[in-house]
Design a protein around this ligand. Structure first.
Ligand SMILES: N[C@@H](CC(=O)c1ccccc1NC=O)C(=O)O
Length: 336
């Protein structure tokens, strides 16, 4: 079931109007602005936001590595960059749920070594967290990144075949890479991962407008590259069905993300619904593009509750998603 969570002021016209996409009427400067998330941060300046992002990422990763048991730099492929970190909960079992995270950075920056944002709150509650490195540009092309992400998920499934579910989470460009897994033909790879959910934070799902921005143009030399790597375009033109019909997808965007980021998330959510996926949409109240991640480091934040991550989130919309404590209480109430 799709959940439309209406927020005042939101355009709920519905449908996908690709031919009248608003970005087509934007100047290059405006597109650069729309696709520079740091310029939309409200509580810090753009540069300060980026510095804080690296600083927090560094600190939480150090803390995660110092706290529990981890397996670092585990190769999931033959390439130098094809490594992942596995952070284990105290009670390791065959049937752990796994949350696999893909960092953002516009496919050109970021690292698994500064991206262990939700590790401690989730391992504390029995979820194993995997942070994946992939070859960012210019070393890697988008096709290679998508392939590496595919390999990393197959690796987790092969290593832990008794897992209680694999949940993918990505931020920004990482949400794009996670969303590309909705299109994966696992039968071709001979391993079908036990994918139970997708958790997409402030992502980009249509790469065509990115082609026209100065920072990202080199990533996408031709329209076909953008289309092949656009989950929104792919699902509109050739809808795929979930291997597991119970698989859930949560599309979130920060209230302070740019209008283009809002449009991308909303259209992607609508396309998923039209394709029969179990999707939910949430605009995260008073959050900017980076605060969404910083909040994942908090144990009492709504999105790091395993009840939300690993037990399905559609029910969460019946209450106020912003109140973590309320959700925990309601979950206990519902499950007792
Ligand atoms: N140059 C970009 C940086 C950026 O987009 C970004 C940085 C860190 C993590 C995610 C990001 N965006 C999407 O992947 C900006 O101005 O915000």
């Amino acid at each position: 079931m799709c959940v439309w969570w209406y927020k005042a002021g939101m355009d709920v016209s519905g449908g996908n109007h690709r031919h009248e996409a608003p970005w087509k009427r934007m100047s290059k400067e405006e597109l650069d602005n729309q696709y520079s998330p740091s310029r939309w941060v409200v509580r810090l300046g753009a540069e300060e936001a980026m510095r804080t992002y690296s600083q927090i990422g560094n600190e939480v990763t150090k803390r995660a590595r110092a706290t529990g048991r981890s397996l670092l730099n585990v190769p999931y492929g033959d390439g130098d960059g094809e490594k992942l970190d596995i952070y284990l909960p105290e009670a390791v079992s065959e049937a752990m749920p796994f949350l696999v995270f893909f960092h953002g950075g516009y496919w050109q920056s970021g690292s698994k070594d500064t991206s262990a944002f939700m590790v401690n709150p989730l391992t504390a509650q029995g979820v194993a967290v995997v942070i994946v490195a992939y070859d960012i540009a210019p070393k890697g092309t988008l096709d290679q990144m998508v392939d590496q992400v595919t390999q990393s998920i197959m690796f987790v499934q092969k290593q832990y075949p008794g897992n209680q579910g694999i949940y993918l989470c990505g931020h920004s460009a990482g949400a794009h890479l996670a969303a590309m897994m909705l299109l994966a033909d696992w039968t071709k790879h001979g391993v079908t991962p036990n994918l139970k959910g997708f958790f997409l934070l402030s992502g980009v799902y249509d790469l065509e407008p990115i082609m026209h921005t100065s920072e990202n143009a080199p990533l996408l030399p031709a329209l076909e590259d953008a289309q092949r790597n656009s989950p929104l375009w792919q699902l509109e033109t050739a809808p795929t069905q979930p291997a597991d019909p119970a698989c859930r997808i949560l599309v979130t965007v920060g209230q302070h993300d740019s209008p283009e980021f809002h449009r991308q998330s909303r259209e992607f959510y609508q396309t998923l619904c039209q394709g029969g996926w179990k999707a939910s949409f949430e605009e995260l109240h008073d959050m900017d593009h980076f605060e969404i991640l910083w909040n994942l480091t908090q144990e009492d934040y709504v999105l790091t509750q395993p009840q939300v991550i690993c037990r399905g989130w559609s029910w969460a919309h019946q209450w106020d998603l912003h109140g973590a404590r309320q959700i925990i209480l309601k979950t206990i109430f519902q499950e007792s």
